[in-house]
Design a protein around this ligand. Structure first.
Ligand code: NDP
Length: 445
């Protein structure tokens, strides 16, 4: 059978764009459909603009600390529209860059919402296109609790476009997005209340780090309500009032739902084709990103595996290499590092202590609990915490977990060593680089 294209990609986010570009590089005829903006969540309303807001917000702390370092900073004043517009302009630039990459590689971009119309068949913008392979890379979308008045709150989709900086912000959730925006809004001067349905922040993360973040957030003045499931939201003046299962209601000018993201699979035509799906609607794929239909593939958040950009990129790249480049190199999901850009940030790779105790015979734990040099001079009591989880039988470092300034920058380098199988003895044998925070990694006895 002759097909219009070799690969049709639905969704021009990180995973889809990478797959399209690599496939085209291997000589495949590729088309990609995007209903919103090229770049996807990471570029348009996720990692990149978020990180820029984190950087922008952090000036507050540096300005606070500046007098201790001899700097007199008179009348510093924050202007939200300036930061917002610069961030959005950068998003525009990156989105255009993604588009020109697609153009450069000869990938046809089709504006509109694509649906699967049958085997090897996609419908978009009034056209029907046949494809040897179809890749679904539609990502995920914020999930909001099913409570009355939920529509009065916003999600991370809207948060980058706020006309003004709210004075009082309520954030529901204890995961990545909640912790990151609690830090951003707090540093920008808002009163922040973070509301969790469970007993701790960052479920699944190393508990010692999550507990450290909680105590630092509380000490800084973020109010954290634990075990407080949201019941209903109602208008209150120009803001909202959130009623909770426990404790008094929370009033705020803005409420941000940061309650998870679910795979974006609705209306794609998956049911009619009998595509296997998981409990949250995610497309089930094998370790090479292929669904139960041999011509249909899926990468990134829509598969509900690991919702991280670099993972989606790897999956898209590996798939294109396998389908069109004759290279079958599956993605290695062991030791995927990740970070929460809270203030201070956390970063982690490998097993947490509870996971290691569950899976391994014997476990050794090494920690460094210290006050970074800058905090000492700044008069900040805040301490960093580094934790290594070691397999007692082999001396291999199987997990590394850091909270403190620049933790993600430090952890990326450490993750290489951990993945390569470094032992604790090899860390100990490495000479410290002084004075740094990272030197603590080789000084834990
Ligand atoms: P997370 O899964 O990290 O956290 C969701 C939070 O919402 C949890 O605290 C969860 O509680 C809570 N929750 C879920 N449902 C409800 C409910 N009905 N009522 C009250 N609370 C609820 O999701 P995020 O939205 O923060 O982020 C989505 C994903 O995006 C992340 O998992 C991550 O993979 C990715 N991401 C990565 C970032 C990074 O790499 N830095 C940054 C931002 C996002 P509980 O713990 O009790 O389940």
């Amino acid at each position: 059978m002759k097909f219009d294209v070799d690969l049709f990609v639905i969704g021009a986010g990180s995973g889809g764009v990478r797959a399209a570009r690599i496939a085209a590089g291997h000589g495949a005829r590729v088309a990609i459909a995007e209903e919103y903006r090229v770049g996807g969540t990471c570029v348009v309303r996720g990692c990149v603009p978020k990180k820029l807001l984190v950087v922008g917000a952090h000036f507050a702390q540096d300005l606070d600390d500046a007098p201790r370092f001899g700097w007199r900073v008179e009348a510093a004043r924050f202007d939200w529209p300036t930061l917002r517009d610069h961030v959005l302009a950068e998003v525009d630039r990156l989105s255009r860059l993604y588009q020109s990459t697609l153009d450069f590689h000869g990938v046809e971009t089709i504006r509109g919402r694509a649906v699967l119309a049958g085997p090897h068949r996609v419908r978009v913008g009034g056209r029907e296109i046949t494809a040897r392979h179809v890749l679904v890379a539609t990502g995920a979308t914020p999930q909001v609790p099913d409570v009355p008045g939920a529509e009065l709150g916003i999600t991370s989709n809207e948060v980058f476009h706020l006309p003004d900086l709210p004075a009082r912000v309520a954030i529901v959730g204890g995961g990545y997005i909640a912790c990151e925006f609690a830090g951003i809004f707090h540093e920008l001067g808002a009163d922040v209340v973070q509301v969790l349905r469970g007993p701790r922040l960052l479920k699944g993360w190393e508990p010692a780090l999550a507990d450290r973040l909680l105590s630092l957030c509380v000490a800084r003045g973020i109010e954290v309500r634990l075990n407080a499931a949201p019941l209903r939201l109602e208008p209150c003046g120009r803001g909202v009032r959130l009623h909770l299962a426990h404790g008094p209601p929370v009033e705020a000018d803005l409420l941000l739902w940061a309650t998870g993201r679910i795979p974006k699979t609705q209306g794609l035509g998956l049911e009619a084709l009998g595509v296997a799906r998981g409990p949250r609607g995610g497309i089930i794929v094998d370790d090479r990103s292929t669904t139960n239909l041999p011509w249909l593939h899926a990468v990134g958040d829509v598969t509900d595996r690991i919702q991280l950009t670099p993972v989606a990129i790897r999956e898209g790249h590996a798939l294109a290499d396998r389908l069109f480049g004759g290279v079958d190199r599956p993605v290695d999901y062991r030791f995927v590092p990740s970070a929460v850009f809270s203030n201070p940030p956390l970063a982690s790779v490998g097993l947490t202590e509870p996971e290691a105790r569950d899976r391994l015979g014997g476990v050794r734990i090494h920690t460094a609990d210290f006050r970074p040099l800058k905090n000492v001079l700044a008069g900040r009591e805040e301490r960093a915490l580094f934790k290594l989880v070691v397999d007692a039988a082999t001396d291999r470092v199987v997990g590394a977990h850091l909270i403190g300034p620049d933790a993600p920058e430090i952890l990326q380098a450490l993750a290489i060593a951990v993945r390569a199988g470094i032992t604790k003895a090899e860390l100990d044998a490495t000479v410290a680089l002084h004075p740094t925070m990272a030197e603590e990694l080789v000084l834990m006895r």
